[in-house]
Write a protein that binds this ligand. Structure first.
Ligand code: FE2
Length: 245
């Protein structure tokens, strides 16, 4: 059975009644990866400014992927192995391969950035194809984490324990990473997910930090999505309105 058909079997985990620490961050990564893939695929290599901007986005994506691997190894895999030794084996091996792929993609991006104009189209096509393979590997990997790893976490931990672990991960992130994740995560989520995530941030972050987080994702929501979120969470929608935070 092909992977998609197998994943869609009725007994496969499709909805999570339990706390799912992978769901939102993986939506952010899927969004960031596919957007970057599209931008590399349509890159005009004759446009130096666009090339620099797209390679900059690729670099930011790859840096976030490295940080994400380290965060999962440090927090999530440690928790899995503590209560089910060997339970994180496959995704730990995947992470080693991902870090190797990331170094290859970084090298290809650098090569494109300094190549003579005549070589750039071919280098861009090579980068696009290899980035596509990396995205494909990550899509499979994230699905395995959301099904197999979540099943282990749910069997071994209470939701309160998982929520506390998730809070530990969030608290460990530098502000720059929080802002980048918010930029890709919030537009990638459903209105209900956005309200829950942003509502939690509003309750937990100092007001100036919360304002920076909102500024990071606000330009990437359409007016309908922004209006829904602002009403749900209690954010002033336009300058001059009463801010009832
Ligand atoms: Fe992972």
């Amino acid at each position: 059975m092909n992977p998609t058909a197998a994943a869609a079997r009725p007994n496969a985990a499709q909805t999570a009644p339990r706390f799912d620490m992978y769901a939102a961050i993986h939506k952010a990564l899927r969004h960031f990866m596919t957007d970057t893939l599209h931008r590399v695929g349509r890159l005009d290599v004759a446009d130096a400014e666009q090339t620099g901007r797209v390679l900059g986005q690729l670099d930011a994506l790859l840096t976030l992927c490295v940080d994400h691997v380290h965060n999962e190894n440090r927090f999530v895999h440690t928790a899995i192995e503590a209560r089910q030794p060997g339970g994180a084996g496959r995704t730990t091996e995947d992470h080693v391969e991902h870090l190797e792929s990331i170094e290859t993609l970084r090298a290809e991006g650098r090569a494109l950035g300094v190549a003579p104009q005549a070589d750039r189209a071919l280098l861009a096509l090579r980068l696009y194809r290899h980035l596509a393979l990396f995205v494909a590997e990550n899509l499979q990997h994230m699905h395995f984490e959301e099904t197999h790893n979540n099943a282990v976490l749910w069997a071994c931990y209470s939701d309160a324990e998982l929520f506390a672990l998730h809070q530990q991960i969030i608290a460990s992130l530098p502000l720059e990473e929080t802002l980048l994740v918010a930029r890709w995560m919030i537009p990638a989520c459903t209105p209900a997910e956005r309200a829950a995530i942003v509502g939690g941030m509003k309750a937990g972050a100092p007001a100036p930090v919360f304002d920076q987080i909102v500024d990071a994702f606000r330009p990437h929501l359409d007016d309908t999505a922004w209006g829904q979120l602002a009403r749900a969470v209690g954010i002033a929608q336009q300058p001059g309105l009463v801010d009832f935070r």
